[in-house]
Design a protein around this ligand. Structure first.
Ligand code: CP
Ligand code: NVA
Length: 319
């Protein structure tokens, strides 16, 4: 049994396979129902549109059902311990998606769950978003090896999952953010130890970060749970906005990505978000397709073939 708490819970090969399997599955006209009889529980401590609906719609499309609960009604860790909650819920359902304030909640829950636990966003990571986003990037660009992703903004949950994925897939990470908001050293050490070939570069100027980029990605300056820091963050990030002036420093065909919800006028302007380089709704659509593949895999309905070679490995062998 596997959990999916971090993008780094996958091997690079598994990430490649999940991305390519999703793209293949999307092309099929008929959706089979291999999850008939399967039940997914979702417990969310924070609001959600995309994650909740894409999981619930995906389960319905695959023949399964889902049960949504707020953290408050469950009393997660308050009404009863996380361990008791995890053990009890495992008696009724086949997988559990949790959206939590503290990543540690997920880790404790997963230690005691007897079914796969999926991170539906924590303060540390949002691996389901990153999985869908690598599907989108692959559909748009083909092979991602050697490409450059410029991330403009906070070193938050989205940034951590994307940076890990970039390291796994050979994508250069160019990050523009105020120096005080860079990744914590422990994350960078862990990333470098696990993926020594990863290219991760910081830029003080967003214009420098975007000039070689194939993808320009941004996310909110203030994530859910950080509301008290909003005015400090608005001041610190004021120069780190994806607007028309910034895009003039980028390649004309660079794609603009955002996980949504956006704080329009803060990290991204309307003209960019609604403009021709924006692929944000393509990203939103792929959340469902990628999570369907993830569920099929975690619930044992599909498996990575032993012979599967990730494109990077295949290319290395050919030389
Ligand atoms: N991108 C994303 O996870 O959106 P929601 O917060 O609406 O689920
Ligand atoms: N960084 C954002 C992502 C929302 C999908 C947040 O955590 O609020």
């Amino acid at each position: 049994m596997r959990h999916f708490l971090s993008l780094a819970d996958l091997s690079p090969q598994e990430l490649h396979w999940l991305v390519h399997t999703t793209i293949r599955r999307k092309k099929r006209k008929k959706v089979a129902t291999p999850l008939r009889g399967s039940i997914l529980a979702l417990i969310f401590e924070k609001p959600s549109l995309r994650t909740r609906v894409s999981f619930e719609a995906g389960m319905a499309r695959l023949g399964g059902t889902s049960i949504f609960l707020t953290g408050q009604e469950v009393g997660l860790g308050i009404r009863e311990s996380l361990a008791d909650c995890a053990r009890t819920l495992s008696q009724y359902v086949h997988a559990i998606v949790l959206r939590v304030f503290r990543h540690q909640t997920l880790e404790i829950f997963a230690q005691h769950a007897q079914v796969p636990v999926i991170n539906g966003l924590s303060d540390r990571e949002h691996p389901c978003q990153a999985l869908g986003d690598f599907v989108t990037m692959t559909e748009l660009l083909g092979s991602l090896t050697g490409r450059t992703l410029a991330f403009i903004g906070d070193s938050n949950n989205i940034a951590r999952s994307l940076a890990l994925g970039c390291a796994m897939l050979g994508v250069r990470w160019h990050h523009a953010c105020p120096p005080a908001f860079r990744f914590e050293p422990s994350f960078l050490t862990e990333l470098a130890a696990r993926f020594p070939k990863a290219v991760l570069q910081y830029f003080d100027e967003p214009a420098q970060a975007v000039c070689e980029a194939d993808i320009i990605y941004t996310d909110v300056w203030t994530s859910m749970g950080q509301e008290k820091e909003q005015s400090e963050r608005q001041r610190a990030f004021a120069r780190y906005r994806v607007d028309r002036a910034l895009l003039q420093h980028a390649k004309p065909n660079a794609r603009v990505m955002h996980c949504l919800p956006a704080h329009r006028g803060e990290e991204i302007t309307d003209e960019v978000l609604d403009g021709p380089q924006s692929v944000v709704f393509h990203q939103a659509a792929n959340r469902m397709h990628a999570q369907e593949t993830l569920l099929l895999w975690l619930l044992g309905k599909i498996a990575m073939p032993r012979a599967f070679k990730s494109p990077r490995k295949a290319a290395v062998r050919k030389r």
